[in-house]
Design a protein around this ligand. Structure first.
Ligand SMILES: [Zn+2]
Ligand SMILES: [Zn+2]
Length: 258
């Protein structure tokens, strides 16, 4: 079975391709299931790097139209990649119940510290920030709103060596995934990023092998995500590499969320 549940579109303003372009690509690559997960807008705030709230309806209508049009060729799912904050509980509920989304992928780019500061994980000031970040993920996973955690090891892109905070943060995420049976995504987009010099070695910013070694041997379900920002990235070479790595690590890989 060939699938992908992490797909962006031109609407997020940093990706190329319309919904139809991705559907056509999926059909030509003989996928069985395609899930759209563009970066979700919030009704009251513009976090940037994502579709405008006013465009949400168009996104929904376009995917619904394609679902019908390609009914016999491809199973299409309507999703969003979205950050968690407890103040948006009603919004997540509305997206799933009223707007008819099939799933929400938890894509934590920003997070809130214990003291209430709003921070971006791309600019961590130290590994202690990873613990706040992981606590946000853990809290999000417990709500039951999210079908999987996108790039759960994204924090590792920061330029710090592995230390005990990393162990603590990773275990917070693993414990939540295990307890609530929420899959973790092995993200192929990290493999598309350059190999980078870190204080403790050369590696891709993410996925981080040390995180996935902790997952290995657990019951946690793992899904490979293309995280494509152009149609050509749908199940490309990076995805094959990701699948090989998951096999090497003997991860409990699933193909579908449904
Ligand atoms: Zn993106
Ligand atoms: Zn993404």
């Amino acid at each position: 079975m060939k699938t992908n549940f992490h797909t962006h579109t031109y609407r997020c303003l940093h990706a190329a391709g319309t919904e139809k372009d991705y559907v056509e690509e999926a059909v030509s690559k003989k996928l069985d299931e395609l899930g759209f997960s563009d970066h979700a807008p919030f009704p009251d705030k513009d976090y940037g790097f994502r579709m405008k709230y006013e465009e949400l309806e168009d996104y929904i209508n376009e995917i619904d139209k394609l679902k019908n049009e390609y009914e016999n060729k491809l199973r299409i799912y309507k999703g969003l990649e979205i950050e968690y904050h407890p103040c948006y509980i009603e919004y997540y509920t509305a997206l799933l119940k009223n707007y008819g989304f099939d799933y929400l992928a938890l894509g934590e780019h920003s997070y809130t510290t214990k003291s209430g500061l709003f921070k971006n994980i791309f600019f961590a000031e130290g590994t202690s920030d990873y613990i706040d970040y992981a606590s946000n993920i853990s809290e999000a996973v417990a709500t039951g709103f999210f079908a999987f955690v996108a790039h759960p090891d994204l924090m590792m892109l920061n330029e710090f060596a592995w230390d005990t905070n990393c162990d603590k943060a990773c275990n917070l995420i693993l414990d939540a995934a295990e307890k609530y049976d929420v899959p973790l995504e092995y993200n192929a987009n990290g493999l598309r990023r350059n190999l980078t010099h870190y204080p403790d070695g050369i590696r891709h910013p993410y996925p981080d092998e040390r995180f996935w070694k902790l997952v290995s041997g657990s019951k946690i379900r793992v899904i490979v995500g293309s995280d494509c920002h152009s149609p050509g990235q749908l199940r490309d070479e990076a995805v094959s590499q990701a699948e090989n790595k998951c096999a090497d690590l003997k991860l409990n890989v699933i193909q579908s969320l449904f």
